[in-house]
Each structure stands twice: as structure tokens, then as C-alpha cells.
Design a binder for this molecule. Structure first.
Ligand code: FAD
Length: 320
């Protein structure tokens, strides 16, 4: 069976959920061979094996943390040369997309970014993407070289599929460009205790209807009752009520959670572009004609200041 390279996104050995989702998709195409780089790379092996990795190629070197993405591209290319895979799958983070694009150029292959599904096809893997602000979905395949595909978080379930997960050291020779851009400092983001917006299974977002930074507390309370991330429309961000890092939409982040709850958001095309592929969409809006209601699975016409706290209380009560 053909091997499929899966680039592992991890923090000191803790594998992030989008990588486990990639393993589910990789198994549809062939046998997943994971590539884990940097500090704690070998610690990823047990979890990767539980989710289907037949092999885990690891490499650690100071270059992976001291410089930007090129050393990682060098390593992924070394894995590519060693394995000759049927496809290379990379999580669709900002860094993942840069790594994937650079690899595709180096190996002369086509690339598909931000896929939301992947299936085996007669002539190679077929990827589904959301196009034109998610008003269409397209299916495409790479017709030149080895398909390099980045996949958005929440595009596939995490499935247990025990496999050997044998750890092998990957020999990497860094090229002249590897040390071209040095990381000068790193500032860890202040932790809110909530999941990362683009990886969260549930996102609760607030818009202009929230009417002030001080009122975002009710959006956060609903999010916390569900273990969700908090998002915001650009109107709310531009007003200074919530950080830009939480903006959902064309010029913000693109999310695809199992559940998206929009409160006081009208549903402008630029907002939809970042959330329309969510599996279930709920909107709370006092205007029954708001365009957001055209795309919801469940809509509540009402004042968010009455509805959201009630919803939060009900969820808390049901959870006991
Ligand atoms: P509004 O459109 O003003 O809607 C507020 C809604 O709240 C209304 O529907 C109203 O009925 C409802 N409401 C008010 N009070 C209450 C209440 N008490 N209870 C319940 N409902 C209430 N927007 C994004 O979100 N993300 C982007 O990334 C983005 N990128 C953009 C890029 C470009 C190039 C441009 C031109 C625009 C972009 N926008 C983006 C802006 C976008 O066009 C909209 O202006 C924005 O999404 C509107 O935000 P909103 O829905 O919160 O506000």
C-alpha cells in the first residue's frame, strides 16, 4: 500500500488535534507515515501510532526553533525523498501552509490548500475545498507531481486505528537558506483557557449587536459553558471590543467547527467566508430579516441579552 506523509503539528510532544484528523484522512489514501520535528518529536509517537501512523520519522535540531520555516521544509523534503509518498498532508495553519507551499515548489508538484475533505480517487486523492466565500464547494486533484494538500482543522473525525508507529530517526541536511531568517524573540499568547479558535469544535461569536467590550462577558460565559472558543465579527473587532486574533471572516480566521453560534451578527458575505463550512450553525439576532438566517440550521429571533444568558444557564443546568 502507498505511503502518505503526514506533517505533525505538536507542542513539545503534545500532538494537536488537526494532525490526528489528518491521520484519519491519510488512511483513506494509504499508510500514514508521520513526520515530527523539534523538541519532543519522539514523544509524539505513541499517540500517532494509536491513530494509524505505521511509522514516525523524527528529527530534532536547534535550527527548528531558532529559525523560521525553512529548516522544517528541509526536513519534510528529506522525509519525502526517503519515502516517495503518494501524497503529503499538512495541517492548514499559517505555518503549515508556508511549509507545504515551499515543499510543493521544491518537488515540482501541484498543491491544494485549505481542503475540508479528502477521498481516494482513481488518479490520486480528491480534495474538497470551499470556494467563493464558501458559496460553492469544489473537488480537485493534483495533476502534476506528488499531491501536497493542506487540510483545515475539524475536517475529519479523530479515529482510533492502532498501528506500529515505529520511530525512525530522519537524517536532515540543512540547506544554505535554512538559517536565513532567525527568530529574535517569542512571546507566548496569554492563555484564556479556551481552545484555539481555528481548532475548536464549538465557536461562539459576537458581533456589533453585543454593543460594547463589557458585554462580551455574556458571549464568553456561553462559550465557557460549552468548552468553546470565542469569535468576533469585524465590526466588533474594529470597535475595539475584542482582539483581532479572534476575528472570524475573510480578513480574520477561517473556522469550521461542529457548532458555530453567531450572536448579534448580521451575516455579511465577508463574515460568512470564515464560518460557512461549520457543520451546524445557530444564530441569535433580533432582526428576523438578517441575512445570517439564510444559512443557519437553527435560528432564534430575539434580543441576545435575553437569549444568551438563558441559553448559558440551561446548558449549565443540563450539565449538572
Ligand atoms: P452588523 O452588520 O452591524 O450586524 C449587527 C447585527 O446585530 C444586526 O443583524 C442586528 O440585527 C443584530 N443585533 C443588534 N442588537 C442585537 C441584540 N440586542 N440582540 C440580537 N441581535 C442584535 N466582517 C467580518 O465579520 N469578518 C471579516 O473578516 C471581514 N472582512 C472584511 C473584509 C472586507 C474587504 C470588507 C469590505 C468587509 C469585511 N468585513 C468582515 C465586514 C463585513 O462586511 C460586515 O461589515 C461585518 O461582518 C458586520 O459585522 P456585524 O454582523 O457584527 O455587524
Amino acid at each position: 500500500m502507498a505511503e502518505v506523509l503526514v506533517y505533525v503539528d505538536h507542542a513539545d510532544g503534545a500532538v494537536r488535534k488537526p494532525t490526528l484528523e489528518l491521520l484519519t484522512l491519510a488512511r483513506r489514501i494509504g499508510e500514514p507515515v508521520a513526520v515530527a520535528l523539534g523538541a519532543g518529536a519522539a514523544d509524539t509517537a505513541a499517540v500517532l501510532a494509536e491513530h494509524g501512523a505505521v511509522k514516525v520519522l523524527t528529527a530534532d535540531a536547534p535550527e527548528f526553533t531558532e529559525y523560521l520555516v525553512v529548516p522544517k521544509v528541509d526536513a519534510l523534503q528529506a522525509a519525502y525523498d526517503a519515502v516517495s509518498p503518494a501524497a503529503v498532508l499538512v495541517p492548514s495553519s499559517a505555518e503549515g501552509k508556508e511549509i507545504a507551499a515551499r515543499l510543493a515548489v521544491r518537488i515540482g508538484s501541484g498543491i491544494i490548500t485549505d481542503a475540508v475533505d479528502l477521498e481516494a480517487g482513481d488518479e490520486g486523492p480528491v480534495a474538497t475545498q470551499a470556494a467563493f466565500a464558501a458559496s460553492f464547494t469544489t473537488k480537485s486533484r493534483v495533476s502534476k507531481g506528488t499531491p501536497v494538500i493542506t487540510v483545515k482543522p475539524n475536517s475529519a473525525p479523530v479515529e482510533a486505528a492502532p498501528a506500529a508507529g515505529a520511530v525512525e530517526a530522519l537524517a536532515v541536511t540543512f540547506g544554505a537558506l535554512a538559517t536565513g531568517t532567525k527568530v529574535v524573540s517569542r512571546t507566548p499568547r496569554e492563555s484564556t483557557g479556551r481552545p484555539e479558535l481555528t481548532e475548536a469544535a464549538i465557536v461562539v461569536s459576537g458581533g456589533r449587536g453585543v454593543n460594547g467590550a463589557e458585554n462580551f462577558g455574556i458571549i464568553e460565559a456561553l462559550a465557557d459553558s460549552l468548552g468553546a472558543a470565542v469569535g468576533a465579527s469585524r465590526a466588533a473587532v474594529d470597535a475595539g471590543w475584542y482582539p483581532h486574533s479572534n476575528q472570524v471572516g475573510q480578513t480574520g480566521k477561517s473556522v469550521s467547527p461542529q457548532l458555530y453560534i453567531a450572536s448579534g451578527i448580521s451575516g455579511a458575505i465577508q463574515h460568512r467566508a470564515g464560518m460557512q463550512t461549520s457543520k451546524t450553525i445557530v444564530a441569535i439576532n433580533k432582526d428576523a430579516e438578517a441575512p445570517i438566517f439564510d444559512l443557519v440550521d437553527y435560528g432564534v429571533v430575539g434580543d441576545l441579552f435575553a437569549v444568551v444568558p438563558q441559553l448559558t444557564e440551561e446548558i449549565k443546568a443540563r450539565k449538572g
